[in-house]
Design a protein around this ligand. Structure first.
Ligand SMILES: C[S@@+](CC[C@H](N)C(=O)[O-])C[C@H]1O[C@@H](n2cnc3c(N)ncnc32)[C@H](O)[C@@H]1O
Length: 313
């Protein structure tokens, strides 16, 4: 159990909230929480976020504009962050912390350093390649200096029995009481303590009955080295924001008796452990949903990590 008193809610700031994957993950835990504010600059994902969480205060602004005093005043106990991964992905320019898309994350680290009312817990998610960047070194150094104990993970949903690959880097940090004498030792956990290995489920369990995605023509299938899975498969490849725009390397396609088709946005959401209640307004296109999901998280994996984080003292 997390060390909160009965009836108390954990006050959360959800940075880079996107479509709210982390909000859904918190809802899956037993943690009583209240999101004091969510932040994202993207107008499309914000429409989807508001549709799912109409009563959460969502700030549609650049995170770079936050100040030490405003964060101190908010006094949140948990910060969740999934900063932009483009500076670190193997497919990107890999400029790392020289990429201006890191500026807001650097600003948050600067604020953490200067704050007097720091969050007790921090959760960070990013692509696997983040772990070997100078931004990662800066992050660890900052957290270590100001007294956070750190646990790092490299996990994919397949480890929890979900037939979808999404290897990601996760960091859990908890503020220690008293003088700082923690020595950072790099260790990436490949499992979550206390979470038992699950039996693999098949892709079939994530399929919808009425799907209106078009079948691929045979010349498209033949000309490309597609990742094709079947309902009985126990794996599928990671869905990225470019799924269906580019055929190769952006997620698997499904072989059915009528042909080969993309997974529908709803099916992708299910493979990413979003609940059935997750939805989007009619003006949002399929392409926009694929894009938003491709940038999001596996809700089950994050929920298990958040449960773990709140047990850390
Ligand atoms: C990796 S995605 C996070 C996805 C989110 N966890 C979810 O479940 O959908 C990164 C998000 O950060 C947002 N973002 C990037 N830079 C930002 C900034 N400077 N200020 C606010 N939001 C920013 C993007 O719009 C994007 O939605």
């Amino acid at each position: 159990m997390h060390p909160m008193h009965e009836g108390e809610e954990v006050k959360v700031l959800e940075f880079y909230c996107g479509i709210g994957g982390i909000h859904f993950a918190l809802k899956r835990t037993s943690i009583p929480f209240h999101i004091a504010a969510a932040f994202d600059i993207n107008t499309t994902t914000n429409v989807i976020y508001r549709h799912n969480f109409p009563s959460t205060k969502l700030k549609e602004s650049n995170i770079q504009g936050v100040s030490v005093s405003s964060l101190d005043k908010l006094g949140a106990e948990l910060w969740t962050m999934s900063p932009p991964c483009q500076p670190f992905t193997l497919k990107g320019n890999r400029k790392g912390d020289d990429d201006p898309r890191c500026d807001s994350f650097k600003k948050l680290l600067h604020c953490l350093n200067k704050m007097s009312n720091r969050p007790r817990w921090i959760f960070i998610e990013n692509v696997s390649a983040f772990h070997s960047t100078s931004m990662h070194s800066t992050l660890i150094e900052t957290l270590n200096t100001i007294g956070y104990r750190i646990e790092e993970y490299m996990l994919s949903p397949v480890q929890l029995g979900i037939p979808n690959s999404r290897p990601r880097y996760y960091l859990l940090a908890s503020l220690m009481e008293g003088p700082v004498h923690n020595e950072y030792v790099s260790h990436l956990y490949q499992y979550i303590d206390g979470v038992e290995e699950c039996e693999m489920s098949t892709v079939r369990e994530y399929l919808s009955d009425n799907v209106d995605t078009a079948y691929l023509s045979s010349d498209k299938v033949d000309a490309n080295n597609l990742s094709i899975v079947e309902p009985s498969s126990i794996s599928s490849s990671c869905f990225t924001k470019s799924y269906t725009q580019f055929l190769v390397g952006c997620g698997s396609y499904l072989r059915t008796c009528s042909g080969i088709r993309p997974f529908s946005p709803r099916e992708v959401a299910s493979l990413m452990s979003f609940p059935n209640s997750f939805s989007w307004p009619h003006q949002i296109t399929q392409k926009q949903v694929y894009r938003a999901l491709g940038n999001s998280v596996n809700v089950l994996v994050v929920s298990k990590l958040l449960e773990r984080l709140l047990t850390l003292k």
